[in-house]
Design a protein around this ligand. Structure first.
Ligand code: PGA
Length: 264
């Protein structure tokens, strides 16, 4: 795992968008796995900016959403489909047919989830998966106790997650309790994973995920098993890490080791 500690949220987003840009340069038909929530918004804003400046072109890009609430229509303002359209897809030149998401009201949930997995495989898998992290350590909607081998499926949200989502459903009845989410096993098959976190309220989940044992109780700890994961944090989210100095040291010496590796 590479732990990258930045000064602030803007720097987190620059780092993540730069990595996506570099991967896109290598493969224009890049397959992105994209998360919703507050965390990735700044990354999407930077990708839109690069697109508007003519640096990035999404015409060959495919995108897969990480999760969706069960029970919400695509055009519900709190659906993740709506979120992704508004905050990214409608502002770049990605083709409609290359946008993939889980449906909030599928006819057959199990079949829909199976098809989603098949679709991901059929395009060669996800190249770069963007993740946020819940304060309980969830990734996607894989709440604590999710199997580390889980695939795309329906899940029941924790009361904690439902509570933290309440703010987005002001005045509405029926805050979703269920969701569809890529599984931890699905996420771990992405070639590169970028997990972003900012703010003090993520510090405990971050330290448990990065320096704690691999356990279903902290779903993000499964990322320790992945060969190419970058955890990009601000100082607050990194505040409980015990090996911060080492992570900074590794990051500041990265260019050196890369040059050395190329010579070998
Ligand atoms: P957030 O959510 O980006 O809104 O903090 C992250 C998550 O719950 O996965």
């Amino acid at each position: 795992m590479e732990i990258i500690i930045k000064n602030d949220y803007d720097e987190i987003c620059s780092e993540a968008s730069q990595i996506i840009f570099q991967e896109w340069q290598k493969k224009n038909n890049i397959v992105l796995g994209l998360a919703t929530g507050r965390t990735p918004l700044g990354v999407y804003a930077k990708l839109i900016d690069s697109f508007k400046k003519g640096e990035l072109d999404f015409s060959e890009t495919r995108a897969f959403s990480l999760d969706e609430y069960i029970g919400l229509k695509k055009d519900h303002p709190q659906s993740f489909a709506y979120f992704m359209n508004k905050n990214l897809y409608h502002q770049i030149n990605i083709k409609k047919e290359n946008i993939h998401g889980l449906q909030g009201l599928p006819e057959d949930i199990d079949e829909h989830c199976r098809q989603y997995e098949t679709l991901i495989k059929s395009v060669g898998g996800i190249d770069v998966q963007i993740l946020g992290i819940g304060s309980n350590g969830h990734i996607g909607f894989n709440e604590p106790s999710s199997s580390l081998a889980s695939r795309t499926r329906a899940k029941t949200l924790t009361e904690e997650t439902i509570e933290s989502n309440r703010q987005f459903f002001k005045g509405e009845e029926g805050i979703p309790c269920y969701c569809l989410t890529m599984g931890i096993g699905t996420i771990l098959e992405a070639k590169t994973i970028l997990l972003l976190a900012f703010g003090e309220n993520k510090a405990e989940a971050v330290v448990n995920s990065v320096e704690g044992p691999v356990t279903a109780t902290v779903p993000a700890s499964a990322l320790q098993l992945h060969p190419d994961v970058k955890i990009i944090l601000d100082e607050d989210a990194a505040s409980l890490l015990t090996r911060k100095d080492y992570y900074r040291w590794v990051y500041s010496n990265k260019k050196g080791v890369e040059r050395y590796a190329k010579k070998l």
